[in-house]
Design a protein around this ligand. Structure first.
Ligand SMILES: Nc1ncnc2c1ncn2[C@@H]1O[C@H](COP(=O)(O)OP(=O)(O)O)[C@@H](O)[C@H]1O
Ligand SMILES: [Mg+2]
Length: 310
């Protein structure tokens, strides 16, 4: 559905996309994860033909974005980061308006608008003016607007930023359902959990580059000592810490607080039992032991030294 080959973009002196290569198959839900300023929105704008690229090639369903911009616009539905709705019009009238922008005729536009209201779960609010809607409901109507022309590829730019948890949940469920019905999805976010929930495959972006691609599982396997064991002890004894460091499978030991020991361990390593018996032998009072599994946040931290949300 999408092939990007060595795509570059500069704004003035600043190169904000530095040679991205990506492939998204038909029917996939693909996540673009990265902190603010990584270049996600610029990448999306180039895919949609809203921003021209300087180098490389982008193809959507086998068509070059720079050579066939109009055919491509018919295939893509895009939900931009900013809400684009008329506050004094009703939700339904906003959708009919957008339907007409996409070339739907009067009755068809109305029928599609009603269907789309159903999809985003706001049928009973259809006649209400947008200005009476919460941020999350506006966002849902905006998603509806992107669906009117039945796109094959839906691209969403951080659709859950700054909205209530209920709408967030609703949006995630809607997107999941659309994907299950066969729509290809590209979802950008700096929230790891959303991308993990929706997407089988992910690209992690930072400073205009894709720094890792793969499934969540594949990506987490790259972590050196990705899983962590969090030990809560009454007192951190140096002798005990030394013993922990020598345990097979322990990559790193950290002591963030007076009563905590964090062990970075290799994946698939079951070592709780040996730690418990070692603590007993050393007369260390172990109050709690918890496993924190490797996630994309840890991976990003390890690759860049920064957190996704900074
Ligand atoms: N129209 C523009 N003109 C100049 N710089 C821009 C423009 N759009 C984005 N940028 C810069 O490009 C970089 C990437 O921005 P963006 O694609 O919005 O990242 P993200 O969506 O991941 O937060 C940022 O440094 C941003 O300031
Ligand atoms: Mg953005």
């Amino acid at each position: 559905m999408l092939t990007m080959t060595n795509v570059k973009k500069r704004f003035g002196e600043q190169e904000v996309v530095k040679g991205i290569t990506l492939h998204v198959g038909k029917g996939e839900a693909f996540g673009l994860l990265g902190p603010n300023g990584a270049g996600k929105s610029t990448t999306i704008s180039m895919i949609c033909g809203l921003v021209p690229y300087d180098e490389g090639d982008i193809q959507v369903d086998g068509l070059s974005v720079s050579r066939s911009p109009y055919e491509i616009k018919k295939k893509i539905g895009v939900v931009p980061q900013d809400i684009a709705l008329y506050p004094t019009l009703s939700a339904l009238d906003n959708l009919v308006f957008w339907g007409k922008m996409y070339g739907l005729k009067g009755r068809e536009a109305k029928a599609r608008a009603l269907e789309v209201l159903e999809t985003v779960g706001l049928v009973e609010r259809g006649k209400d003016r947008i200005e009476t809607f919460s941020g999350g409901m506006k966002r849902r109507i905006n998603i509806g607007a992107a669906l009117l022309h039945r796109p094959e590829l839906l691209i969403m730019d951080e659709p859950t930023v700054g909205i209530d948890p209920q709408s967030r949940h609703h949006i995630l469920e809607t997107v999941k359902r659309l994907n299950e019905q066969g729509m290809t999805i590209i979802y950008t976010s700096h929230y790891m959990e959303e991308v993990e929930f929706l997407c089988k495959r992910i690209a992690i972006m930072d400073h205009g580059q894709v720094i890792a691609t793969g499934s969540t599982q594949e990506l987490c396997k790259r972590l050196a000592g990705g899983n962590q064991l969090l030990l809560d002890v009454e007192e951190v004894r140096p002798a005990f810490v030394e013993k922990l460091k020598q345990l097979d499978g322990v990559e790193k030991v950290m002591i963030p607080e007076a009563s905590e020991i964090h062990l970075y361990i290799k994946q698939d390593q079951d070592m709780m039992a040996s730690i418990v018996s070692m603590a007993a032998k050393e007369a260390v009072k172990l109050r709690q032991i918890k496993l924190k599994e490797a996630d994309l946040e840890t991976l990003f931290l390890q690759m860049t030294g920064r957190s996704l949300r900074d």
